[in-house]
Ligand binder design. Sequence first.
Ligand SMILES: Cc1cc2nc3c(=O)[nH]c(=O)nc-3n(C[C@H](O)[C@H](O)[C@H](O)COP(=O)(O)OP(=O)(O)OC[C@H]3O[C@@H](n4cnc5c(N)ncnc54)[C@H](O)[C@@H]3O)c2cc1C
Length: 420
Amino acid sequence: MTEENNRKSIAVIGAGIIGINCAIELQSRGYQVTLVDKADAGEGCSKANAGHFATEQVFPLAEASILLQLPKMLLDPLGPISLSVKHIPKALPWFIKFISNMFSSKRKHNTNALKSLNQHAINYYKPLLKAAGIEYLLTEKGSLLVFENTPLRNINKIYQAYKSNGVKVKLLNKEQTLLLEPNLNNSIQYSLYFTDVAHTVNPLELCQKLAEYARTIGCQFKRFDIKTINHLESQVDISDGSNSVTYDHIVIATGAWSEPLLNQLNYKLPIEAERGYSLDLSDQTKEQLNRPVASAERRFIITPMSHGLRLAGTVEFAGLNQAANMKRATMLFKNAQYVLAKLPELSENKNQGWLGFRPSLPDSLPVICNAPNHQNITFALGHQHLGLTLGAITGKLVGQVISNEKTDVDLTPFCISRFN
Ligand SMILES: Cc1cc2nc3c(=O)[nH]c(=O)nc-3n(C[C@H](O)[C@H](O)[C@H](O)COP(=O)(O)OP(=O)(O)OC[C@H]3O[C@@H](n4cnc5c(N)ncnc54)[C@H](O)[C@@H]3O)c2cc1C
């Protein structure tokens, strides 16, 4: 902590898991931090996600093998991936960039970049959770990726790909899988057991408790819907259209809503809201799993949460404003019936489902950098399927960037200049 830090005021815009982590790191470094959001902490995409610290997910989403399946998947409204016809003109440039990231040199570059972040992800959370007194919100029991009918030779290829990228993984047969998770459906034949990953039993509580901790160390909170950002010579002015406040520095961590704010500053941001759904089952299901179980074929995940199992997944491209299609949440229940041996009736589950907006860039990498043309603005956004996982490491890196320190990870691949 330096005297200079003490004087500098910083607004972190966006109180999702990314913004909260940035605020804690910056406040701990002695800056005067205000966490700004139009809603309560954790009410955006960080609210009801799958709670998986998914450090094994080192592969970018753009993968050539999905190209052939994509047209069919995209137009099936209840398939694992769907595209609203109305949204096609808006999403087209994103898809073109997404496909261009399938080339093997780009894929390798993006995989290495993700690996460089994922390797620190869980370790950077631990001291934070300890300081906040919420270590119970991180469970380290690994996770399973289960297979019903994929041929063993294909599973082996997937296994080798993870191993060769340094992911700690074991290939288990049916008996070994059932020893870990006895309540799985008999149809499960094999699994990949990621031994070093973790989960939280309540992502919203994690956000709320971390936000509370930020408050106890001196961070201020402000409810403000930012409409304009005005970069002054040595400060930044943010306004909701009627009132404005000036800070020495701002961090933009507004997830899927970031594009208009960055456009105002003349940065292009090809971001799509990859809409995903979750569905909470009744508390009778609480004891059914010990760890997150993802289905390779059905492309969704089941996580044991403090209140019962949570089913989560699906990708829907329909922008930020179209109404939720809760059939996609109930579809998760149908899929879960193939993965678990028994489930209570859907009608016994009080929850009607939740829609979240994953902030996704076509190369699957977040933007973590200082704004190249604005010395008092830092970006921390675009964490796609991995925002929970990468919260703590992102906060640490933002602290280092703003303090002009050498960063723990090379931030070159995460600079906004790749789109500008
Ligand atoms: C179904 C589903 C399952 C998922 N499972 C996992 C998982 O298991 N593991 C994992 O790592 N990730 C998972 N994710 C992804 C993860 O939830 C996101 O990557 C993460 O929540 C993004 O965090 P964020 O802080 O960037 O955005 P958000 O949590 O969306 O926060 C952004 C905040 O900015 C605020 N904001 C936006 N615009 C403005 C403005 N103009 N003025 C003021 N405030 C503003 C919003 O109100 C919001 O609170 C999942 C996502 C979904 C949908």
